[in-house]
Design a protein around this ligand. Structure first.
Ligand code: BTN
Length: 252
């Protein structure tokens, strides 16, 4: 699909004015057996969900979408598609932004503009009894015209960052198109090209960071991503692989 403003034929769109959560709606459909490429889009969410049990404030005007995938890959590997989601949002947003805007990817899957979060991604999956991947949902929220104040990681929107106004349906098609591009590369070539593209705009690479884990915090230098997508945290001679957590600048 070459026209980035039209939804690629791979997707089957289910559009709602309002939902509890596009991820929840797609999960209900996934368990009923709907196919790969089902795309749920809502104009607003009353129970938008973020990573680690957080809520995702979802008023009208922004983009809330969830895509269903059923790749024949191990569940742990499929988590790499969160990076495809971030790249898709970044590549859809970049042409709309002023040249001076600094668009960066924050591990694992956030998109920042000038250091403020404009998009978040929530992956959810289910395995079969034998441990194979049954389905994966990639849920993407993009602040187009508004953003919640007072978050621990400060937020922004595309318009507040100086972007040309974009309608949610236009952004939906752009993000879905770029996502499909990266999904197909991942299927054919694995994680390496995604890793390279993500690292080229990684936020805080080489810098001291603090990672909040389930059971506490660790500090070190953000030394990159490994071949699987884990964050590499270096403290002196020790290098740790972090597979889940929240990243902040190191305390001074
Ligand atoms: C995060 O930043 O923690 C992830 C936010 C993910 C939000 C999107 S909006 C569309 C989809 N539906 C949800 O309930 N969550 C995701």
């Amino acid at each position: 699909m070459s026209d980035g403003n039209r939804l690629p034929a791979f997707f089957r769109l289910e559009r709602f004015e309002e939902l509890d959560s596009t991820n929840e709606e797609l999960k209900r459909r996934a368990t009923r057996g709907v196919g790969e490429g089902t795309l749920v889009w809502a104009g607003a969410q009353t129970g938008g969900r973020g990573r680690r049990g957080r809520s995702f404030v979802s008023p009208p005007g922004n983009l809330y979408m969830s895509m269903l995938l059923r790749p024949e890959r191990a569940p742990a590997r499929a988590a790499q598609l969160g990076f495809a989601g971030a790249l898709a949002v970044g590549e859809a947003a970049l042409p709309l932004l002023p040249p001076a805007a600094d668009l960066a990817y924050k591990w694992p899957n956030d998109v920042l503009i000038d250091g403020r979060k404009t998009s978040g991604i929530l992956l959810e999956s289910q395995a079969t009894a034998s441990g194979a991947l049954d389905w994966l949902i990639v849920g993407i929220g993009v602040n187009l015209v508004s953003f919640p104040p007072g978050l621990e990681t400060p937020a922004t929107s595309l318009t507040a960052s100086g972007a040309a106004p974009v309608a949610p349906e236009t952004m939906l098609a752009k993000v879905a198109g770029r996502f499909l591009f990266w999904y197909e590369r991942w299927l054919g070539e694995g994680f390496a090209p995604l890793r390279q593209a993500w690292l080229a705009r990684a936020h805080g690479l080489g810098q001291p960071i603090r990672v909040r884990l389930g059971d506490g915090e660790s500090e070190g230098r953000f030394a990159g991503l490994d071949e699987e997508g884990a964050l590499l945290l270096e403290s002196g001679p020790v290098r740790r692989r972090i597979t889940a957590g929240d990243v902040f600048p190191a305390a001074r």
